[in-house]
Ligand binder design. Structure first.
Ligand code: SAM
Ligand code: DTB
Ligand code: SF4
Length: 367
């Protein structure tokens, strides 16, 4: 019989080679709900303890976003200003020229980003779009940035093409629980999202998948979303947790304020369920004060979007983020801080269901 004390015992035990921490893929809803129900201090302590067993607690991975094709999207995602079904004030733009994308990537690199994420408001890329996006991947990669794309649904062939061009990550979010999903999106099914993620994984790319908090979902929906991600046979390497950006003209523009502690709890539970993944404090930072962001980092968030814009909405200024990092003693994680070899090893161990020894970071070696 599960009780929350069991989780405490497992996760607060200090890592040692004789006591390997397992990556689990068989979480029950009751277990996840019990984590959410922990007293806040216990939850954050547990999340931070787990975090230190896998990562340097003072390093945060930095990604910059660029909308390479904006607006007029045929999908009806209720939160999204880019959907043609809503009335957000947004001028649609065609697919950007490859060299313009490259120029933006160079600026992002100069400002300190290590990953460049390119997003397109598509149901899926068309055959005639592929050569352009593949060229973007090659050129951005060639300047020494990690590459990520989010272009909507992919078939197996498209996933293979992107992987061959060198795309490191593909972002496709589940957004919420399977139960709440039909209230948010009707033009794409949950299963289609899972299929796209399977194609991405099978093609050998790293998976970036997460969701949005603050759309009117219940606690059970938040647990349901995290359960979907954590019970994948391989955890997504990157888990973006977005706080809803309430954009005028979208059906969710009048959603009530989210209780900040509920968001922080979601980050903490994601960290505990997927200890070796990067958990990204994603959209919504513009509406968070510094203290809330600091608590998110304490709860195990170790990635952010960096740069004045997300896709179509504002993000904190780079100056502001640099000041925050300075105040907190946080430094940017460099690509080679976490090697591809250890990533491959994690994935191999997960695939073959072997116990996972914490590969990244031994908390006992810090001062
Ligand atoms: N069109 C592609 C797709 O949906 O797969 C890629 C871009 S889409 C904007 C990427 C993700 O951004 C969405 O799945 C959603 O999780 C997030 N997002 C979009 N609008 C948002 C908003 N207003 N607030 C928070 N997150 C949002
Ligand atoms: C993700 O999870 N969040 C990013 C990225 N993946 C593509 C997008 C956030 C978009 C916020 C609303 C906007 O700027 O349009
Ligand atoms: Fe289109 Fe993506 Fe926005 Fe949905 S989230 S409307 S698919 S751009």
């Amino acid at each position: 019989m599960f009780n929350s004390a069991n989780i405490m015992t497992i996760s607060t035990t200090k890592f040692s080679p004789d006591n390997p921490l397992m990556l689990r893929h068989n979480w029950s809803k009751a277990e996840v709900l019990s984590l959410f129900a922990l007293p806040f201090n216990d939850l954050i302590f547990q999340a931070q303890t787990v975090h230190r067993q896998y990562f340097d607690p003072n390093q945060v991975q930095i990604s910059t976003l660029l909308s390479i094709k904006t607006g007029a999207c045929p999908e009806d995602c209720k939160y999204c200003p880019q959907s043609a079904h809503h009335n957000a004030e947004l001028a649609p733009e065609r697919l950007m020229q490859v060299d313009d994308v490259l120029a933006k990537a160079k600026m992002a690199k100069q400002q300190g980003a290590t990953r460049f994420c390119m997003g397109a408001a598509w149901k899926n890329p068309r055959v005639k779009d592929m050569p352009y996006v593949l060229e973007m991947v090659r050129k951005v990669k060639a300047i020494g940035l990690e590459t990520c794309m989010t272009l909507g649904r992919l078939d197996e062939d498209q996933a293979g093409q992107l992987a061959s061009a060198g795309l490191d990550y593909y972002n496709h979010n589940l957004d919420t629980s399977p139960e709440f999903y039909p209230q948010i999106i009707t033009t794409r099914t949950y299963q289609q999202r899972l299929d796209t993620l399977d194609h991405v994984r099978s093609a050998g790319m790293k998976v970036c998948a997460g969701g949005i908090i603050g759309m009117g979902e219940t606690l059970s929906d938040r647990a349901g979303l995290l359960l979907q991600l954590a019970n994948m046979s391989v955890h997504p390497e990157s888990v973006p947790v977005n706080m809803l950006v309430r954009v005028a003209g979208t059906p969710l523009q009048k959603m009530e304020d989210l209780e900040p502690f509920d968001f922080i709890r979601t980050i903490a539970v994601a960290r505990i369920l997927m200890p070796a993944s990067h958990v990204r404090l994603s959209a919504g930072r513009q509406d968070m004060n510094e203290q809330m962001q600091a608590l998110c980092f304490l709860a195990g968030a170790n990635s952010i979007f960096y740069g004045e814009r997300l896709l179509t909405t504002d993000n904190p200024s780079t100056t502001h983020d640099q000041e925050l990092f300075h105040k907190l003693g946080i430094v940017s994680e460099q690509c080679d801080d976490i090697s591809d070899e250890s990533h491959t090893e994690i994935i191999d161990q997960a695939l073959y269901n072997e116990p996972l020894v914490a590969l990244y970071y031994d908390a006992s070696t810090t001062q």
